[in-house]
Design a protein around this ligand. Structure first.
Ligand code: NAG
Ligand code: NAG
Ligand code: NAG
Length: 383
């Protein structure tokens, strides 16, 4: 037998083994059944200093009754090359599940498991940290989607993107543009035409879709198209998968004071000599279960956040990774990743009704506007 024939036979052997194992459910790890696909968002057209904040309905998404194992994204250009955060700052992207009426226009947002009453209903979402933040859901867990039983009759499940990107090529103050300083955007009314509060220095109300951050005079204005490239990994649903629910806690949640989950979304950090600005919010957790995964979301200036259970035990603590150079994925001064938690399953539990406290720390050596303190956790509910 020639080495070539041996090789072919060997390959056939591996292939039939693979087919055999994929049919014997329960004996294989989920990893062996993992599927992966790369998609591109609709085109985002930008000019130096421009802001795009658009919602894209019915985006491409894996079909069927499946368990999502990871969702990662990054900005690429027309040629598919990664774009530096120094040129396109990805302020945030969120992926929201919704049900759309089959013969009509009605839309029902199929939010996550909480906790904000309005907004923050995404299943997946990040900002500049998207390249270096692990989103993998460990075995035997998965985020269940596409289960027809959960879709209202006459509707179908779809997914939408909200992508907020700031083009900072040639801008006079890159950080100021990224923190949405109103003076740099020359904005006095919000996106609905309402006058801004006189003391509102910066934040989302000053960098809505179509606004323009200040660019150096004489900077050549070159139009460019970028895309959010997203990679989804999943397995087909089976009974061996343990479902996890998505919970997002927001440090601006007023629940403690108002009894409702009114999330303000953003807050400011005043300049001070104290070094660290700490903000906390406590909520009563609505479910019981095991924490499987977690990470915090912060903007520039963030130095870490943690979730504490009653009595102060740490549920998960997450720190920003700042870039140190010029390379894509390591852009100096930007948060290029967040550390994540993968507690040993069963080792970190939350009780139903337990008071959970989110703590978000920012450096206050400089002022920061429009910052956020979010904590995303996946919980396997226990009955
Ligand atoms: C700022 O906005 C005002 C009113 O909208 C406009 O008259 C002015 O030219 C703008 N300034 C700059 C620098 O764009
Ligand atoms: C961006 O778009 C989303 C979705 O349309 C909207 O809810 C949000 O208020 C917008 N944010 C800004 C800053 O315009
Ligand atoms: C936040 O800062 C305070 C004060 O420096 C510190 O005690 C606390 O441990 C910090 N929390 C986190 C999550 O880093």
């Amino acid at each position: 037998m020639s080495p070539g024939t041996q090789c072919v036979l060997f390959l056939l052997c591996i292939m039939s083994f693979a087919i055999f194992t994929s049919q014997t459910e329960g004996y294989v790890k989920l990893e062996n059944r993992l599927k992966s696909k790369v998609f591109l968002s609709p085109k985002i057209t930008q000019l130096p200093g421009s802001v795009s904040n658009k919602t894209y309905y019915d985006i491409e998404f894996p079909k069927g009754h499946i368990a999502i194992k990871s969702f990662n994204a990054e900005v690429v250009d027309e040629a598919g090359n990664s774009v530096s955060l120094e040129e396109t700052y990805i302020h945030h992207w969120v992926v929201v599940r919704y049900y759309e009426q089959i013969h009509g226009k009605d839309i029902i947002i199929a939010g996550n498991a909480g906790l904000c009453d309005h907004g923050r209903s995404q299943f997946f979402g990040m900002g500049s940290e998207t390249r270096k933040t692990s989103t993998y859901v460990p075995d035997p867990y998965g985020i269940e989607v596409g289960n027809p039983v959960n879709v209202p009759v006459g509707y179908e499940e779809k997914w939408m993107f909200n992508i907020h990107a700031i083009d900072t090529r040639g801008t006079v103050d890159v950080t100021g543009c990224n923190e949405c300083r109103c003076e740099l955007y020359n904005v006095t009314v919000d996106k609905d035409g309402q006058p801004l509060k006189p003391d509102y220095a910066g934040g989302l109300h000053c960098c809505y879709d179509g606004t323009q951050c200040k660019v150096r005079s004489g900077f050549r204005s070159v139009k460019r198209d970028v895309y959010l490239k997203y990679t989804v990994k999943w397995v087909d649903w089976s009974d061996s998968i343990v479902p996890v629910k998505v919970f997002i806690l927001d440090v601006t949640d007023t629940w403690q004071h108002t009894g409702i989950h009114d999330c303000l979304f953003e807050y400011d950090i005043e300049k001070s000599t104290s070094g660290v600005a700490t903000r906390r919010s406590s909520v009563s957790f609505p479910a019981a279960g095991d924490v499987i995964y977690g990470f915090a979301q912060q903007y520039i200036g963030g130095i870490g956040a943690a979730l504490y259970g009653e009595g102060g035990r740490i549920i998960c603590s997450s720190k920003p990774i700042y870039g140190k150079g010029k390379d894509i994925g390591d852009e100096a001064g930007y948060i290029v990743g967040m550390s994540t938690c993968y507690p040993k399953p069963g080792s970190v539990k939350i009780a139903k009704g337990e008071f959970v406290t989110l703590e978000s720390n920012y450096s206050n050596k400089q002022m920061h506007t429009g910052v956020l303190g979010l904590f995303y956790i996946l919980v396997a509910e226990s009955s």
